[in-house]
Design a protein around this ligand. Structure first.
Ligand SMILES: Cc1cc2nc3c(=O)[nH]c(=O)nc-3n(C[C@H](O)[C@H](O)[C@H](O)COP(=O)(O)OP(=O)(O)OC[C@H]3O[C@@H](n4cnc5c(N)ncnc54)[C@H](O)[C@@H]3O)c2cc1C
Length: 477
């Protein structure tokens, strides 16, 4: 059979589309095969509750997309992508009525912390000033010769620390400690684990440098803009096309898989050399999530005024409470008072809900593949900081960790990170190599969040994988 395409990409998530664009820009003919009826994987929107309410099915808030060195090179605005910056990226209310905030302005953020302000400045300021150099270092495989070793070391030393240890060592009061712990909890690691601080640092720095923006009209707009640009470059996308084995694909010089390690094992495990297969089989999942989307009759009655001006809200009280709930999840227990992440997009984007009404996106961490309904626990946490919240609920859409796994083969067990991001799997993702995208199967590359730099909508896994594939494709020409 003659070669039909230079490359076939399986999966149209942000990494699949990033890989497809990278190759199409290099002059390759590229086909994308997507299992779902809609493109976008973890960056999609849908009417999950009632007519007129637009919900983000997965990703909602996009510091990493805004910071992505690859996305910056794309003309996505020309294809309708418009970023909205909520006035405050993040607020973290506490029981005493105060809410610690991550403001875009670093000094303003530091000032709210009183006697912790100079510690906050000392930690963040030098890193924020070197953000561009830093981003190049950590948005790629860990095994590489650093171009900015001093900047990287300055980041690496605090980043490797457990978040509880670093926060309690640096800060004396609850607001700075709680804010840091909540952001570190994005790692899905117990906060006593090494590298949990890395997440707090990267996401806080991104907040100061590029903000935590949301796309007007919903996350689907990111995928639509990527897909439209890809089509303009001559690319083709087939939807409703789930790949069961690599033999299902048309003949091509390269295959790039925007699928998790576990889906890769399902599709091609029997063709892998045993050593490589065993390595993938030992790759560990992150915990799962329980997600809930609301249609609301009004905005949320937050007690702390700043919460009305923030795009994202972290609910979990102080550092000790967050540490306990994350530890419970890591031990496969259901937390009674889970740490809850909330996004209130419709406060800043009127396209998301009918006039005067609102959407709310929320999730909490749960054990891997947990089928439990966590809506009571989530609503209790919201009520705690916004009394009267339950009276605003018009409709709910719930998805347990098990449901999420069924909806997208890349979200097995509700793991939204493409595999745990512990120290080991940060370095060996999914294998220890300076080119972890290449697999032992000739011409087959992995390009999903199971490769470096990992989860989030940034397209960097797809970009690096495509660069590796490009070398293979042109060598064969
Ligand atoms: C609920 C939730 C909330 C999130 N919140 C955020 C957030 O606010 N900000 C952020 O930056 N990130 C967030 N994320 C993470 C982000 O969505 C993912 O890290 C990102 O989408 C990973 O991109 P990807 O391209 O690697 O994989 P995915 O986006 O998962 O895309 C994989 C695609 O491959 C397709 N596929 C899989 N197997 C096959 C097959 N056999 N044949 C054909 N197609 C296949 C899937 O249908 C899917 O479309 C969230 C994720 C979830 C689930």
């Amino acid at each position: 059979m003659p070669t039909e395409y230079d490359a076939v990409v399986v999966g149209s998530g942000p990494n699949g589309l990033a890989a497809a664009i990278t190759l199409a820009r290099a002059g390759c003919s590229v086909l994308v095969c997507e299992a779902n009826a809609a493109i976008g994987g973890g960056a999609r929107s849908a009417n999950l509750t009632l007519p007129g309410f637009v919900h983000d099915v997965c990703s909602a808030v996009h510091p990493l997309a805004a910071a992505s060195p690859f996305f910056k090179t794309l003309p996505l605005e020309r294809f309708g992508l418009e970023w909205i910056q909520p006035e405050i990226p993040l607020a973290h209310p506490l029981d005493n009525g105060f809410a610690a905030c991550l403001y875009k302005d670093l000094d303003f953020t530091a000032e709210q912390f009183g006697r912790d302000s100079s510690a906050y400045r000392r930690l963040m300021d030098p890193l924020a000033r070197n953000w561009e150099d830093l981003a190049v270092e950590f948005l790629r495989p860990m095994l590489h010769l650093p171009r900015h070793p001093i900047t990287l070391a300055r980041f690496g030393i605090p980043a490797i620390c457990p978040a509880t240890l670093l926060a309690k060592f640096l800060f004396r009061d609850e607001p700075a400690r709680a804010l840091f712990a909540g952001i570190a909890a994005h790692s899905f690691l117990p906060l006593e684990a090494p590298v949990s601080s890395a997440f707090a640092l990267v996401l806080s720095l991104a907040g100061h440098v590029v903000g935590w923006p949301i796309p007007r009209g919903g996350s689907q707009q990111i995928s639509n803009a990527l897909a439209d640009y890809f089509r303009e470059l001559g690319g083709k996308i087939d939807v409703n096309h789930r790949i069961q084995t690599l033999n299902d694909l048309p003949k091509s010089r390269a295959i790039l898989l925007d699928v998790s390690v576990w889906e890769f094992l399902r599709i091609a495990g029997d063709q892998m050399p045993p050593r490589y297969r065993r390595r993938l089989e030992s790759f560990r999942h992150a915990p799962g999530i329980f997600k809930i989307d609301y249609a609301l009759s009004s905005s949320i009655p937050w007690r702390a005024e700043v919460c009305h001006r923030a795009g994202t809200i972290h609910l979990g009280g102080g550092i000790d409470e967050i540490t306990t709930s994350e530890r419970e999840v890591a031990r496969e227990k259901i937390p009674e008072r889970p740490f809850v992440l909330v996004a209130q997009q419709s406060l800043f984007d009127e396209t998301r809900a009918p006039r005067g009404q609102h959407t709310l996106w929320a999730y909490c961490h749960v054990p891997f593949n947990c089928g439990s309904d966590m809506s009571d626990q989530i609503e209790s946490q919201i009520e705690r900081f916004a009394p009267g919240f339950r009276n605003c609920i018009v409709a709910r859409h719930k998805a347990s960790a098990t449901d999420l796994g069924r909806s997208n083969p890349s979200l097995t067990g509700g793991d939204i990170s493409g595999g745990a991001v512990n120290l080991m799997q940060l370095i060996a993702r999914p294998i220890l190599s300076s080119n972890p995208y290449r697999t032992p199967l000739p011409g087959v590359y992995l390009c999903s969040a199971s490769t470096p730099p990992g989860g989030g909508v940034h397209g960097m896994c797809g970009y690096h994988s495509a660069r590796a594939a490009q070398r293979g494709i042109f060598a064969k020409h």
